[in-house]
Design a protein around this ligand. Structure first.
Ligand code: ADP
Ligand code: MG
Length: 685
């Protein structure tokens, strides 16, 4: 066995050959350590036997009984054989039933006593269906609290549990703890071996709870230590020390900044002036004016003699930022380049050349901008917009590019403070918690199908008055082809039978970037009155004349996503309306949508969303910045988070006494957390 037994292959286990190992690999289990960190999803109490006389209809339990008649097999139809046996424990009898089980006749012996575990029915017949059974004294799957795992085809609970049990006994006394002893002592946590033993085979509730606490603590502690280490390592000496004032830019704006915008610009400027590199997140609700804040930062960088890069998740957004900056800097002598994947090679080469020579000051583009060979003359500031779409990995790839610029991240996903610790624990955070004045509240209505006619009439009235409208298509989970079909059909139907004579455009994720841009441009300049779209419009496109958004099947969206979508309207001088059509009959769905009707504060909506759906759903499958925690439940483990934050801070600030081995174990785990793409312990070994 390898020195670290946790790294030994599961092939070590009896019964696990090539075939089984392949099945395990579908669960991402290759080593004994992987196996032991595949935790049960639930447990069954198979500890005690009930008397037959006491059995309840439909309960699942153990009985201890003697087989009273040999197994009888009857063929009830082709390919369907039923085996029955009658058992008794002196208080009553029960018939046991199996289907198509070739071995049962040999295995179950008349006159012998067994422990049976299964689901009981008392009517119409007194039966236990397909029970598992064991000989008393040689029990493995009964007589204990039994773990039930999330499994895949080809693995049974019994086999899996026997594997974990054998792994635990193979590794007995060899499981090195991954939490430093001082941390375990300070927070009252059991050692890893005990925790693993108890999470797989708890003997009682207390054992289970202390195991769970210890494992969840470790998971959070590691993740937070990793983020805080990144934050600390990010505090490198800056080579781009800046000194220009953003004031001339601010004074040239057509509006006065909000207090929140001013405060955040001050925070950013202080970072840019300081001697360490900035790593800051600006978090602000949709419409809070993040672009102007970014523009002020870029202005400061350029006027201090540096270049800046501004990265957006889509070409539409990059183009929009490019246009905004062009207007902002019209009289400031700042030269901007737009870099898109869809540009011609020669146009791009020319732009790249102007950036490399320092002739141009700012590069705006999608993140292709950074992955390709764009070199700067003197990059001093890198801004990424709508960061909730990128994970920690991507964030740090950028800052590891060698240029070492100041980094500003902008997010429009308001997230609860507590969660920010986990998602953005590696950054300093600035909040724009105020909207520009004069923004009217968007009137929001959650309605049923019955109102459709009236809604269409209302939309027509607004279009006739010169306004524009978005219609967001039914969301079809994870199926782009279906979603596309639905959007296309729906747009066609609207054009033919509801809005003939109006100009309708269609926007969806499968379109080429150039097509998307063309449609968006048409909508923006008013050629299109109505835009039927999938959720591709959720990110940041600014059309102030659009005043209505109708969202179909609103019950299928998360609240935060609805809020994000709604942020596309209410951006101009006209009153705006958001209509949510709810197709669900469930009371809960109705109540959820009422939150949208009443609440316009993105942070409050985010908190409500998190509470209702839990973090996985909250961030959506495609856009979360959270790791896949194995045991932590972000919502219910919030109290634990305070303790782990403290412990992680102590570790990273080196206030914690731990041995070299303990540190090394932690660093190894931290590296693995980000698939070794970010290294935490460069100077350690
Ligand atoms: P977001 O934070 O969603 O990126 P934007 O930067 O796109 O928001 O700004 C939304 C709208 O608000 C834009 O039309 C912008 O011109 C306007 N805006 C930004 N700041 C102010 C302000 N202080 N006063 C008035 N309007 C503002
Ligand atoms: Mg924006």
């Amino acid at each position: 066995m390898a020195t670290n037994g946790m790294l030994a292959s599961i092939r070590q286990l009896p019964g696990v050959g090539e075939k089984r190992a392949a099945v395990f690999s579908r669960l991402h289990i290759a080593t004994l350590g992987d196996l032991l960190s595949h935790y049960p999803r639930t447990y069954e109490n198979r500890k005690t036997c009930k008397r037959i006389i006491d059995l309840q209809h439909e309960e699942t339990t153990c009985i201890k009984a003697v087989v009273f008649s040999a197994v009888k097999t009857s063929v009830i139809r082709k390919n369907m054989r039923v085996h029955t046996a009658r058992v008794s424990d002196g208080t009553g009898f029960l018939d046991l039933v199996w289907f198509n089980n070739r071995f049962i006749e040999q295995k179950l012996k008349k006159g012998e006593t067994y422990i049976f575990y299964g689901k009981v029915r008392l009517s119409p017949k007194r039966q236990m269906q397909t029970p598992l059974f064991e000989v008393p004294g040689a029990q493995k799957q009964t007589g204990r609290i039994f773990p039930i795992y999330p499994l895949t085809e080809g693995l049974s609970d019994g086999f899996f549990a026997s594997c974990t049990e054998q792994a635990l006994s193979l590794l007995q006394g060899q499981i090195t703890d991954t939490l430093p002893q001082k941390v375990r002592e300070a927070y009252g946590l059991c050692d890893l071996e005990t925790a693993l033993q108890n999470i797989h085979f708890p003997t009682d509730r207390t054992g289970y709870e202390s195991a769970r606490r210890r494992l969840a603590f470790e998971e959070l502690f590691l993740f937070q230590s990793a983020l805080l280490t990144l934050k600390k390592n990010g505090k490198r000496a800056s080579t781009a020390s800046m000194s220009a004032s953003p004031l001339p830019f601010i004074q040239s704006l057509p509006y006065a900044l909000t207090n929140a915008q001013e405060r955040v610009i001050r925070e950013i400027t202080a970072d840019l002036y300081s001697s360490t590199v900035m790593n800051r997140l600006v978090c602000g609700d949709v419409g809070s004016g993040k672009t102007a804040v970014a523009a002020a930062a870029i202005y400061t960088a350029v006027k201090s003699g540096f270049q800046a890069a501004f990265m957006a998740p889509t070409e539409i957004l990059a183009t929009q930022h490019y246009k905004s900056l062009s207007v902002f800097y019209a009289n400031h002598g700042i030269k901007i380049e737009l870099l898109l994947g869809s540009m011609s090679a020669s146009a791009r080469a020319a732009a790249v050349e102007r950036l490399a020579s320092g002739e141009s000051h700012v590069a705006v583009g999608t993140h292709a901008l950074f992955s390709e060979k764009v070199t700067f003359h003197s990059l001093g500031l890198a801004i990424t917009d709508e960061q909730h779409r990128f994970g920690v990995n991507q964030r740090h790839l950028l800052s590891q590019k060698g240029e070492n610029p100041h980094v500003l991240v902008m997010s429009a996903t308001p997230i609860p403070r507590t969660l920010a610790l986990i998602v953005y624990g590696d950054l300093d955070v600035s909040l724009i918690d105020e909207l520009p004045p004069g923004r009217q509240k968007i009137d929001t209505f959650a309605v049923t199908e019955q109102y459709r006619k009236r809604i269409y009439t209302f939309i027509q009235k607004e279009l006739d008055a010169g306004r524009q409208a978005y219609i967001v298509c039914p969301l079809i989970e994870e199926n782009e082809a279906l979603e596309l079909q639905a959007a296309t059909d729906y747009a066609k139907k609207l054009q033919e039978s509801v809005f003939p004579g109006y100009s309708i455009g269609l926007l969806h994720g499968k379109m080429k970037n150039a097509e998307k841009d063309a449609v968006m441009a048409q909508f923006k300049n008013g050629e299109l009155q109505l835009l039927v779209a999938t959720t591709v419009i959720e990110v940041g496109v600014d059309v102030p004349n659009a005043t209505i958004m109708l969202i179909e099947n609103a019950e299928r969206f998360g609240l935060s996503q609805l809020h994000q979508l709604r942020g596309r309207i209410g951006r101009g001088e006209h009153k705006s309306y958001c209509i949510l059509i709810n197709q669900s009959k469930h009371e809960a769905a109705k109540e959820r949508l009422l939150v949208m009707q009443e609440q316009s504060d993105g942070f409050k909506i985010a908190e409500e969303d998190l509470k209702q759906r839990g973090p996985g759903e909250f961030f959506g499958t495609r856009q979360h910045g959270l790791p896949d925690f194995k045991i932590v439940n972000i919502y219910s483990d919030m109290p634990l988070l305070q303790e782990t934050t403290r412990a992680a801070q102590d570790f990273v600030e080196e206030r914690l006494t731990c041995t070299r081995e303990e540190k090394q174990a932690l660093y190894e785990k931290m590296n693995a957390l980000f698939n070794n793409r970010v290294t935490f312990n460069k100077n350690f070994y």
